[in-house]
Design a protein. Structure first.
Lengths: 266, 384
């Protein structure tokens, strides 16, 4: 564990932190260089094993996005920009430097929005099937309309293998699942899961970037990943076989192996 | 009591082919415009007849559905504003959180009010849950958008000294200046649909006309009581004219005929759950605890009988819908007694929103239903 990580862990291992008037649930664990993990739009509890594995190599800072955490965000906090600035402020408040920002799907979008604004505290990006940039034609779907798909089709789009069975979720997990959907809508209903201005500025992501995609992603296709990689000079794209939209859930070891061998290797 | 005739202008010829899903994802190739034209004219004729019968008129709107082909509520109202001369014209209503141009709503209502010489009743509704999809309206912020639209529309209708500025969360205009101004002063009466005590409180504070739709014996009293309490606290008189109730009405020469008519109209209620499940719980529109329970163990939509048991909307019988207070059916005598019993149960109401046509009920039956009702039930209700 490096000096910085030791210091932060002892100082900031906490459940809650206030950043610019926004209360955040923040989990800090592990040792090594700092990593900020921005969770995907669904199934936070299924991402915990991934966070635990990251903590073997990094000091992981894993906040819960406002709203997704069960708190109502401030009245004027409702855009992807707000999330990006919040986490930039969080890094500044904790004085984190050389940070790997890892983001999955919706969290990957936040990471991109942070990186086009300010990469001064970043060392690398690790993005698993990020949404956020509009790359297709106007009558094409970059992202499947999960809200208009039957539950079973939505699950098939997200998972290559057996999707989570809601019947096995406890009441809190079911409520959290419904709340996740509420806050995806809150931040990203229209335009759907993207910022029309983001694609124009992707060249500003001036840190090594690792894109990781599930080969069977039916929500955001690997083809979108290729288009995104083409917009980001130097980005490395790895496609994980046997995974859908959440390789960090479905193919945890393969995802970890790819990350350790990629541009953000600790 | 005043009575209003309501129809959704259903395109029932497509129901069988469309099966379990009558909304949102249905292909319009199922719709035959020639048949549709005949249906539009027929339904408009039935509303026009109401002008002679002394029954007021109510329209609504839904989108992308074969259950209701009124996709723009102000179009039938515009036709009827000129075709009728006496009765009042209620739109219940305008889904203002799903209409992206609130000033246009003010313009439409104002123009209708002038053409009808002040006969417009102005409904604002949040709309059914599945309506957010065709409108691409954010369900997670729908409520705040509804109230902002409400504030803006009323200000637009009541400002008569030139443009004002509006830089809101959801609507932005720099020169709001609606012409014509409405005929009624300060503006047409406002109605809102209410399905929960929480909404009833807000509407009661404003003193608007509250309309509860098919809420029945079980759910209506708490809604009306909450309104009365909120109105009292806000210093309004909650007279009977503040309370409206929508029910299915089938009148006939015999009990059997009245019930048969109600049975056909009730396909309005029975088709309501025929929508793909993913459109029934838009994210953020329903509390996450409720959506979570539905995810864990999906259950069909039901309505409560008076004994507290629940019946599936899809398959409820006429008797069950009558028991619930959703339908009133039989001879004029029976129908009056049923309505009076409900009226007493809820503490009185000033408007019966009568679904006098629905589903496959044909023109002859509808005309007979409305005519018999106007002659034999309406006079007794007007005396309440």
């Amino acid at each position: 564990m490096n000096q910085q990580a030791t210091e932060y862990e002892s100082k900031y291992f906490m459940d809650q932190i206030s950043v610019g008037g926004v209360t955040l649930d923040l989990e800090v664990q592990g040792s090594g260089p700092p990593l900020l993990y921005l969770h995907a739009e669904h199934y936070r509890h299924l991402q915990q094993p991934f966070i635990d594995r990251l903590a073997e190599s990094w000091t992981v800072h894993a906040p819960r996005h406002p709203g997704f955490d069960g708190r109502t965000p401030p009245e004027d906090f409702r855009r992807i920009d707000d999330l990006a600035y919040l986490y930039l402020d969080l890094m500044a408040q904790l004085d984190l430097n050389g940070v790997t920002v890892a983001g999955a799907s919706f969290g990957g979008w936040i990471a991109l929005e942070m990186a086009v604004r300010n990469v001064s505290r970043l060392s690398a990006l690790a993005l698993m099937a990020p949404v956020g940039a509009r790359l297709g034609e106007r009558d094409e779907r970059d992202f499947a309309d999960l809200f208009a798909l039957p539950e079973a089709e939505s699950a098939t789009a997200l998972f290559a293998g057996t999707p989570p069975d809601f019947a096995t979720f406890n009441e809190d997990q079911l409520t959290a699942t419904a709340r996740d959907r509420q806050y995806v809508a809150y931040y990203a209903w229209k335009p759907y899961l993207h910022n029309p201005a983001l694609a124009r500025w992707l060249h500003r992501v001036a840190v090594p970037t690792h894109l990781i995609w599930g080969a069977k992603d039916g929500f955001v296709s690997p083809g979108y990943g290729e288009k995104l990689a083409a917009r980001m000079p130097g980005a490395k794209l790895d496609v994980i076989s046997g995974a859908g939209h959440y390789p960090q859930i479905e193919r945890l070891s393969d995802t970890m192996a790819a990350l350790r061998a990629g541009p953000c290797a600790p | 009591m005043q009575v209003w005739h309501f129809s959704e202008m259903a395109y029932h010829p497509g129901w069988e082919e469309l099966g379990d899903s009558l909304r949102n994802v249905i292909p319009s190739r199922v719709y035959d415009p020639k048949l549709g034209a005949d249906l539009y004219h027929r339904y408009l004729d039935e509303w026009a007849l109401c002008d002679e019968l002394g029954i007021n008129i109510m329209v609504n709107e839904h989108h992308t559905t074969a259950t209701c082909t009124t996709s723009v509520c102000t179009i039938p109202l515009a036709i009827l504003a000129r075709e009728t001369k006496k009765v009042r014209l209620l739109c219940l209503g305008m889904p203002i959180a799903n209409r992206m141009d609130a000033v246009r709503v003010a313009e439409e209502y104002a123009m209708l009010d002038v053409i009808s010489r002040g006969r417009i009743e102005m409904g604002f509704v949040k709309g059914s849950v599945f309506e957010v999809t065709p409108a691409n309206s954010n369900p997670a912020t729908l409520s705040e958008r509804f109230w902002e639209a409400h504030d803006l529309i009323l200000k637009a209708l009541t400002t008569h000294d030139g443009p004002f500025n509006w830089e809101g969360q959801h609507f932005q205009y720099r020169q709001v200046n609606v012409w014509p101004r409405p005929y009624q002063d300060p503006h047409p009466p406002v109605w809102m649909t209410v399905a929960s005590p929480g909404s009833a409180k807000l509407v009661g504070e404003k003193g608007y006309v509250l309309a509860s739709l098919n809420s029945g014996y079980a759910n209506t009293p708490i809604i009306y009581d909450t309104y009365r309490e909120a109105a009292k606290v806000a210093g309004h008189e909650a007279g009977l004219d503040r309370f409206a109730y929508l029910g299915i009405v089938g009148v006939g020469e015999t009990e059997k005929e009245g019930r048969r008519r109600a049975h056909q109209i009730l396909d309005y209620s029975r088709t309501t759950p025929r929508v793909a499940s993913q459109f029934q719980f838009p994210p953020g529109l329903v509390p996450p605890e409720v959506v979570g329970r539905q995810l864990g163990s999906p259950s069909p939509r039901t309505f409560p009988l008076r004994d507290g048991s629940r019946v599936e909307m899809l398959t409820g019988s006429v008797d069950q819908y009558i028991d619930a207070g959703i339908a009133f059916a039989g001879t004029p005598e029976t129908v009056y007694a049923q309505i009076k019993e409900f009226y007493d149960h809820v503490g009185g109401l000033g408007h019966l929103l009568m679904m006098g046509q629905g589903g496959h009920l044909n023109h002859e039956d509808t005309v007979d239903n409305l005519t018999m009702f106007s002659k034999e039930v309406l006079p007794r209700l007007q005396a309440l």
